[in-house]
Design a protein around this ligand. Structure first.
Ligand SMILES: Cc1cc2nc3c(=O)[nH]c(=O)nc-3n(C[C@H](O)[C@H](O)[C@H](O)COP(=O)(O)OP(=O)(O)OC[C@H]3O[C@@H](n4cnc5c(N)ncnc54)[C@H](O)[C@@H]3O)c2cc1C
Length: 383
């Protein structure tokens, strides 16, 4: 006898969004669900994403900004982004909501164990932890092992550390978030600052580096943040808490399922946008797709998702970040100063038409991108 109809491995961003969606269906359709999570400690994350329509998680958005700012050595631009808005969800609120949902639902069982392997025997999925085995009809997996990424693909990391600070005087413009400010020392990697003001006196000030494999020491991060606050805001402040993390940036094409028919979700399904690291919105869209597939007995799960041309654009940018990180600030400067923020956000969201993309590429350094296209074609040809 099966332990459940569905097993979800990993109760992070994707696992929780999936369970939330499944619980909107009647019990007869989902059957019982087991969520297997290896970690009792929740890593704090500040999830931001832009939207112009209603989203599944509007009720968890505690702050949004209607204006975005881009900074570089030569410009300091801020623009209204209507009809978009830039939303913030605190991961604590996200997990409180989902844990409450799970504890209120008799059909979901949460177990804290580490999944070691998953097999399929006669269509039944067998999930093994150190001491137990669980069997189910469907398994959704978000446990990503980076060593499984094809070594021929690009794998870079976006490293960041931020301080949530409270200032002694009114310092920030609460309606304006800084998406990228490259006006800081660039050194060997591409560096920028990210600023999310929650009020005139509270903000998250985050330093981000693209492409250094192992990140920096805490002292290094701290000095970037401290210098930025001193130079940009010149205020006295208290550090309330810190946030630190790294996000993979890869052009590896994550398969929709494993060979055993285990359905991939979240990062394991390629939901992290390779060139930016944004994932929350993509996970929401993928979850909606997974639910549709589930209602269709998962017949459509193998269908390719996303448009190939955006994967190609991402790969070109990753090649540049990898080989010429010093060019990234200049490329971003051209992108942001010569295009509307609306067009940039639509492009990063993969919602533009080919014509819009051509007009956007026209504003970027053509020779540099042409060289990257030739490099891309050459590598393809070699394989
Ligand atoms: C600090 C930080 C800030 C971010 N900010 C943003 C942002 O502003 N906007 C945005 O769009 N994206 C952001 N991201 C990127 C992205 O949203 C997250 O990485 C997202 O959490 C990915 O979801 P996931 O479910 O694939 O992975 P996770 O949320 O990491 O969940 C995976 C879960 O699986 C569990 N697990 C792993 N292995 C096993 C195993 N063997 N057995 C059982 N359980 C296992 C883990 O403990 C974890 O709980 C951020 C990422 C980080 C790290």
């Amino acid at each position: 006898m099966l332990d459940a109809n569905i097993i979800v491995v990993g109760g992070g961003c994707a696992g929780m969004q999936l369970i939330h969606s499944l619980l909107k269906l009647p019990l007869e359709q989902t059957g019982n669900i087991i969520l297997i999570e290896s970690n009792r400690e929740i890593t704090h994350k500040s999830w931001c994403f832009w939207s112009k329509n209603k989203t599944e998680y509007d009720f968890l958005i505690s702050k949004y900004w209607t204006e975005l700012k881009f900074g570089s050595v030569s410009s300091d631009l801020s623009k209204e982004i209507a009809p978009y808005r830039y939303n913030y969800i605190n991961s604590e609120a996200f997990f409180d909501f989902h844990f409450q949902l799970i504890s209120n639902s008799p059909r979901v069982k949460l177990v804290y164990e580490e999944v070691e392997k998953i097999q399929s025997v006669n269509g039944i999925k067998r999930v093994f932890t150190r001491n137990n085995e669980y069997q189910a009809q469907h398994v959704y997996n978000s446990a990503l092992d980076f060593t499984t990424i094809d070594s021929e693909r690009i794998l870079l990391w976006q490293h960041f550390k931020g301080w949530f600070i409270k200032t002694d005087q009114a310092t920030f413009k609460p309606s304006q978030a800084t998406m990228m400010d490259f006006n800081i020392p660039q050194e060997k990697a591409s560096h920028f600052m990210y600023v999310l003001p929650f009020s005139e006196t509270e903000a998250l000030i985050e330093f981000t580096a693209f492409s250094i494999p192992s990140g920096y020491s805490d002292e290094n991060y701290d000095s970037f943040i401290k210098n930025y606050i001193d130079e940009k805001f010149n205020c006295s402040y208290t550090i309330l808490r810190e946030e630190k993390g790294k996000i993979p940036m890869t052009d590896f094409k994550f398969p929709a399922t494993s060979k055993e028919g285990v359905i991939h979700i979240g990062s394991l399904a390629g939901s992290i946008k390779p060139s930016t690291g944004y994932a929350f919105n993509r996970i929401s869209r993928h979850t909606a797709y997974l639910l549709e597939s589930f209602l269709d007995n998962n017949k459509s799960i193998y269908k390719k998702q996303g448009l190939a041309r955006f994967h190609f654009y991402d790969t070109l940018l990753l090649q540049i970040i990898k080989d010429q990180p010093e060019q990234v600030a200049m490329i971003m400067n051209k992108l942001f100063t010569k295009n509307s923020f609306y067009k940039i956000l639509s492009f990063l969201d993969e919602r533009t038409s080919i014509l819009q993309e051509i007009s956007l590429f026209y504003t970027l350094p053509k020779r540099l991108f042409l060289k990257e296209v030739l490099k891309y074609v050459w590598f393809k040809f070699q394989k």
